[in-house]
Design a binder for this molecule. Sequence first.
Ligand SMILES: C[S@@+](CC[C@H](N)C(=O)[O-])C[C@H]1O[C@@H](n2cnc3c(N)ncnc32)[C@H](O)[C@@H]1O
Length: 334
Amino acid sequence: MSEASLDHTLRIFRAVGEETRLRIMVLLARGELTVTELTQILGQSQPRVSRHIKILAEAGVVERYPEGAWVFYRLQDMKPEMAVLEKSLALLKSSSDLIIARDRERLEQVRRARAELAASYFQESAAEWDSLRRLHLPESDVEQAMRDMLGTTRVEQFVDLGTGTGRMLIVFQDIYAQGVGFDLSREMLAVARARLEEAGVTHARIRQSDLFSLPLESGTADIVCIHQVLHFLSDPATAISSAKTLLKPGGRMLVADFASHELEFLRENHAHRRLGFSDAEVQGWAQGCGLDLVRSQTLAPGKSEKGKLTVKLWLLSLPQDKKVKSRRKADIHA
Ligand SMILES: C[S@@+](CC[C@H](N)C(=O)[O-])C[C@H]1O[C@@H](n2cnc3c(N)ncnc32)[C@H](O)[C@@H]1O
């Protein structure tokens, strides 16, 4: 156990011992935010909010994560001596205190606005999605690598989150007895319905639902697939942890998304929020909710695939026995 230092502890409590800064901490306990979003929620000027964040970052409780033209802020992992602060934040997060409740409501508004932006993008591009998707993805390599990673052993239940046009339900049709795909966009689901019919896939159904609140019993899925969805979400970490609750013990989650990149225009023109993800980030989310990272794979585009991005696959699993230790980072990326 680490030794608590008076200086260090004082610095943290001084930093968080102020109303706006504590409100920022409570908001970040719900997931990463940009300074613009914090400004909208707190109703304070950007320079003021930036000043508060700087103090929190200097005290080591908030992490600054620049990504292209945007900067995300998130809570740092708390040291054991800060367990009391962690507990307070957890309690405040769902408190009915008027200020906290108003912040929570504004946070929801900000997230809804973002989700609506993405939803209208998918509404408009549903019909041409399959060709749009190919623009940035070395598609057939990715699909083959995903199949290799999951293997050919048949499972009972396959769940595809953010199923879009249902492509993953088609690609994996031979390894599941029952498939179900969830998506927010009715327009995408209309295309998915037609695609599944064309492909003769009768053992998969699709449902309209937000992946953050799925109408599915927990502990029932053998495989959960999240293909090219995380970079659209306001809170990818929470998406992983809520998807985890669907898994049976020993169940697997296959996450496919872009490796970190710098194509800022994907934010402006294609509703992306995050410019890809690093191994460390995904591994942190997995470990944070009790999943093991079994394997990761990098799929760089070939020379003839100009303009396409590197794709990463991460295979996570829910241990059969909770005592099973997570593998060491070095073992995984060896
Ligand atoms: C890039 S598409 C990927 C579709 C599909 N997985 C594929 O491989 O083609 C992302 C999909 O995620 C859906 N989506 C975004 N946010 C969502 C959410 N909160 N809940 C459910 N679906 C969501 C979008 O509607 C869109 O269809």
